[in-house]
Write a protein that binds this ligand. Structure first.
Ligand code: PGA
Length: 253
């Protein structure tokens, strides 16, 4: 499977012109790059403009609401995203859990709504601090169990899980590829125990947390890691193009 790179721009850049310039620079360079799938997740204010205009690119939302329509001021439904050519949705990012009070139950509802709408969900899980080092499996198990409750097996065909140790996000201090791999194995085990081996094998597990052009190859060299969720490094065209170019160079046969 081609590596999957998710560019999570978060609440950046600060205006449309910069956002358009960044995207154009990366898309221009990507014409020469094969063997990697890139999904751009700009802020909502520019997302649908880009997704309607730039048919050659794939787009994701950074968040979504679980209801399909109605009196929910400020919210966006999965159906609206789908109708706007958005294919992916990040669900349960730690910044939303931490700053916006997103609970396991909210994450569960969002995940179910995204999958039911036929979109691909990128479910984020990961431990908060390094001190929890010995307990990563328990944290992952708890977060996954909560999120997967009530899901039908068939809907997991559109599930991607991102292992994102919170302490590694935006700190420049990435996890080691071997730790990330062992987290990926734990994630697959939880899915296997709940569903079955075939389903678990089909779920791509990404790593996220200070991924850069310097370390991307070390993560993708682990066969159990299917790609990366990239924050900071996706905001600089040159750096992100280098990252994507190197990702494409990793043989995954
Ligand atoms: P980072 O962010 O690459 O800036 O660490 C990753 C993320 O939050 O998904």
């Amino acid at each position: 499977m081609r590596p999957l790179i998710i560019a999570n721009w978060k609440m950046n850049p600060q205006n449309y012109a910069e956002a358009e310039q960044l995207l154009a620079a990366v898309l221009g360079a990507m014409k020469r790059i094969r063997g990697v799938t890139v999904v751009f997740c700009p802020p909502f204010v520019w997302l649908t403009d880009f997704s309607h205009k730039l048919r050659q690119a794939s787009f994701g939302a950074q968040d979504v609401f679980w209801e399909s329509a109605g009196a929910y001021t400020g919210e966006i439904s999965p159906a609206m995203l789908k109708a706007s050519r958005v294919s992916h949705v990040i669900v349960g990012h730690s910044e939303r859990r931490r700053w916006l009070g997103e609970t396991d139950e909210m994450v569960r509802r969002k995940l179910a709504a995204v999958l039911a709408a036929g979109l691909t969900a990128i479910l984020c899980v990961g431990e908060d601090s390094r001190e929890e080092g010995n307990n990563v499996s328990a944290v992952l198990e708890q977060q996954l169990e909560a999120a997967l409750t009530g899901l039908a097996k068939a809907s997991l065909a559109r599930l991607v899980v991102a292992y994102e140790p919170v302490w590694a996000i935006g700190t420049g201090e990435s996890d080691s590829p071997s730790n990330a791999l062992s987290a990926a194995l734990t994630i697959r085990k939880v899915i296997r125990d709940r569903f079955d081996q075939k389903v678990a094998q089909g779920v791509p597990v990404l790593y996220g947390g200070s991924v850069s052009s310097e370390n991307i190859v070390s993560f993708l060299s682990e066969k159990g890691i299917g790609g990366a969720l990239v924050g900071g490094a996706s905001l600089y065209a040159e750096e992100f193009i280098a990252l994507v170019t190197r990702a494409a160079s990793v043989s995954r046969s």
